[in-house]
Design a protein around this ligand. Structure first.
Ligand code: FES
Ligand code: FES
Length: 154
């Protein structure tokens, strides 16, 4: 089947099998390896991307369901050589250890702050509950999200 999508402001059209998952489409068909696969069962959030303005787990979305969609992946957050404020906040606050969860964590955090520009610590923890960090670096992740809101949010 053909699927046409816009990813990080670039239009793509590719032939895919109907069973192709969006995460595999992004990684294997488009070569965007920043979106990770941690579980394949919608639990870890490592595969989180933005689709039509919403944070979506791309391991439980078929590529064909993205037909016509606007997608942003972690590769699309920085602009003009500048990290997105959320990426910068993770960097500044050491919001990562091995980094495997980080792309998904950041994609979820960006949407969290878009929807609530001044989240409390509890709201940050709740907003990121769909993203697991196996290194258990949650305290610095929360600190990073808080810092991003202080720095001006999204
Ligand atoms: S790989 Fe998608 S939620 Fe874990
Ligand atoms: S930093 Fe290692 S899984 Fe989160």
């Amino acid at each position: 089947m053909k699927v046409s999508v816009t990813v990080n402001s670039t239009a793509y059209e590719r032939d895919v099998e109907p069973r192709t998952l969006l995460v595999h489409f992004l990684r294997d068909h488009l070569g965007l390896m920043g979106t990770n696969i941690g579980c394949d069962t919608s639990q870890c959030g490592a595969c989180t991307i933005h689709m039509n303005g919403m944070a979506v787990k791309s391991c439980t979305t078929l590529a064909v369901q993205a037909e016509g969609a606007e997608i942003v992946t972690i590769e699309g957050l920085a602009s003009n050589g500048q990290l997105h404020p959320m990426q910068q906040a993770f960097w500044d606050n050491h919001g990562l250890q091995c980094g495997y969860c980080t792309p998904g964590m950041i994609m979820s955090a960006v949407k969290l702050v878009e929807n609530n520009s001044q989240p409390s610590e509890a709201e940050i923890r709740q907003g990121l509950e769909g993203n697991l960090c196996r290194c258990t670096g949650y305290n610095n992740i929360v600190k990073a999200v808080k810092a991003a809101t202080i720095a001006g949010g999204d």
